[in-house]
Design a protein around this ligand. Structure first.
Ligand SMILES: Nc1ncnc2c1ncn2[C@@H]1O[C@H](COP(=O)(O)OP(=O)(O)O)[C@@H](O)[C@H]1O
Ligand SMILES: [Mg+2]
Length: 266
């Protein structure tokens, strides 16, 4: 089981989009996958068409030893859309505002282990993707404590480059103190506009700063992305050439993330 946190310092850069894109590829490839929606906004639960009514992840974190994750996850609506493809699993640990109580900067060691404890003994998944909230506070650190790898999402702009460097440093410090086997699986450049010279410049800058940590392919700005997310559909199930080419990009990205996981698995 490879546990991957999808993180960034700030909101709106595409954590949820990358999480759901990777989940779509994993489902299409028949990989048994769980998405944990750790953002109090619950966007990935919405995008994955996860039915409400189950015990959400916030309440599971409250009592990790009694949480019984396997009984409280729900299947994503995508599994019915893609029933006839590869027969993979895509479950969701549903997000809720309740998780917000843990998003403090001063979370102690015991609280940091809450998600790891919820996941303890869970072995039916090959891949766990954790969609993190837009900060490096308690919830993101709780996700890192439970993870093998961190994928950072960044847009190729001035502030994101600086933010990514800060986040890399935060991961290094956190690793030393709390999670020695945590590794950065890489950086995903999202919303890349091929016609923008500023984007090309920032991507060059990021490649020289982060070297092989820059994952490929980059994910371009896609006109119909919000429409697909709004309909709670997977990119693999959406008709049209542009969705097909996005799906292929996420397939490649998933392979890169999985490869990194194989090299660093605990
Ligand atoms: N590659 C992309 N192309 C077009 N729109 C995108 C892309 N990635 C993200 N978006 C849009 O940008 C907004 C923020 O993305 P989201 O994934 O919710 O970011 P985060 O989870 O980091 O806050 C959403 O409305 C989403 O649809
Ligand atoms: Mg999000």
């Amino acid at each position: 089981m490879q546990v991957v946190s999808i993180s960034s310092l700030k909101g709106g850069v595409g954590k949820t989009s990358v999480t759901t894109g990777l989940a779509s590829s994993a489902l299409a490839a028949g990989v048994r996958t769980l998405v944990i929606d750790l953002d109090p906004h619950g966007d990935s639960s919405t995008a994955l068409g996860a039915p409400t009514g189950s015990l959400d992840i916030g309440r599971m974190l409250k009592a990790p030893r009694r949480a019984h994750l396997s009984e409280n996850v729900v299947p994503s609506a995508w599994t019915t859309h893609q029933r006839n493809t590869a027969g993979g699993t895509l479950d969701v640990a549903v997000g809720s505002a309740f998780t917000g109580i843990y998003d403090r900067p001063d979370l102690g060691k015991r609280d940091l282990r809450r998600l790891a404890n919820v996941l303890a003994g869970v072995d039916q998944y090959q891949l766990v993707l954790i969609d993190c909230p837009p900060s490096l506070n308690g919830l993101t650190r709780m996700a890192w404590t439970a993870s093998d790898n961190v994928v950072l999402v960044a847009e190729p702009g001035l502030f994101s480059v600086a933010g990514t460097e800060r986040t890399m440093r935060a991961i290094e410090l956190f690793k030393r103190e709390f999670a020695p086997s945590l590794t950065a699986a890489g950086i995903v450049a999202n919303r890349v506009r091929s016609t923008s010279s500023e984007h090309a410049y920032r991507l060059d800058e990021m490649r020289s700063m982060f070297g092989p940590l820059m994952l490929e392919p980059y994910i371009p700005e896609q006109a119909n992305w919000q429409q697909i997310q709004g309909a709670a559909h997977s990119v693999h199930h959406w008709p049209g050439e542009s969705a097909r080419s996005s799906a292929a990009l996420f397939d490649e990205l998933l392979a890169a993330v999985r490869k990194q996981g194989k090299q660093t698995r605990r």
